[in-house]
Design a protein around this ligand. Structure first.
Ligand SMILES: Nc1ncnc2c1ncn2[C@@H]1O[C@H](COP(=O)(O)OP(=O)(O)OP(=O)(O)O)[C@@H](O)[C@H]1O
Ligand SMILES: [Mg+2]
Length: 268
């Protein structure tokens, strides 16, 4: 660099993945994201995780001059739709179950009650952990074809382990009507995948017994919550609702009811 010249401003590269957060960019080895109301809680959680032995989430490095959060960029690939074969395979499901278990074991020791968290549907039982509550394929970074890290903690909140398991399985088993599944997910044996995930996570028997009831409760509450946010928050929530998010939840719930017996048989 010539004496007296300023270093070039680092280039901002737009990152596209999910649907909610506009303005997510990569700057060198960092990601910059606009912050929401529960940012203090999420930042404290991200600071806690490495000290609890969980290094599979971005590190929080502070706020930049524009008030955006600065997170470490985790090399790898988030899965985008249409999902590739490795993202829908059993090996990925196994790795994801172990990753979620490690995350929960680390978040269980976080003093969540000291913070204020965002809204969202939830379990009725007392919280056991801080759940991610949005483990979709585009919020997981893959390495070598397997889930490696969790990103995008915007919806994290205190909940039960089982609630976060159910939320994750909604997308990954997936608990969805075949017409709404990604092409490579259509032929999957959902009951067998629920079982595999529960085995790898270590979901105890008493929780397996209430898994489908909790999935139904979550569908009903998510439906009401999304409908409300489409009106109160507008933006991407309104767009998702207009594009049929509510109908997809209804179809998933009906599909679950129609296949309850065979799924229960697999889970037992
Ligand atoms: N820390 C990170 N490391 C690596 N990649 C990241 C990181 N943060 C974001 N990305 C990439 O950017 C994409 C979008 O980021 P993010 O998930 O944070 O926002 P979003 O998807 O727009 O929000 P939402 O999921 O709430 O709709 C991700 O799917 C991923 O590909
Ligand atoms: Mg995302």
């Amino acid at each position: 660099m010539l004496p007296g010249t300023a270093p070039p401003a680092e280039r901002e590269i737009a990152l596209r993945g999910g649907e909610i957060t506009d303005g997510v960019v990569r700057v060198g080895g960092t990601v910059r994201r606009p912050v929401g109301p529960s940012a203090p809680a999420i930042h404290a959680l991200l600071r806690h995780l490495p000290s609890a032995g969980f290094d599979r989430a971005p590190r929080f490095l502070g706020l930049d001059e524009r008030g955006r959060e600065i997170l470490t960029f985790i090399p790898g690939e988030a899965a985008t739709r249409p999902l590739p074969a490795h993202a829908v395979g059993d090996d990925s499901l196994v790795a994801l179950a172990r990753l979620l278990r490690r995350f929960h074991d680390a978040s269980a020791g976080f003093p969540a009650e000291a913070y204020s968290w965002g809204p969202g549907s939830n379990d009725d039982l007392p919280p056991e952990v801080v759940g991610h509550c949005d483990v979709t394929p585009d919020n997981v970074v893959f390495r070598g074809g397997l889930p490696y890290a969790l990103i995008d903690f915007d919806l994290a909140r205190p909940t039960t382990r089982l609630f976060d398991v159910v939320t994750t399985l909604r997308h990954w088993a997936p608990v969805a009507d075949p017409v709404d599944r990604d092409p490579l997910q259509r032929g999957l044996d959902v009951g067998a995948r629920l079982r595999l995930f529960c085995d790898e996570y270590g979901v105890p028997r008493r929780d397996r017994r209430r898994l489908l009831d909790l999935a139904r409760l979550r569908f009903d509450r998510s439906y009401a919550n999304m409908r409300l946010r489409a009106v109160t928050d507008g933006g991407a929530w309104a767009r998702m609702w207009a594009q049929g998010a509510g109908e997809r939840i209804r179809r998933a719930r009906a599909w679950l009811d129609a296949h309850e017996d065979e799924i229960q048989a697999r889970l037992r």
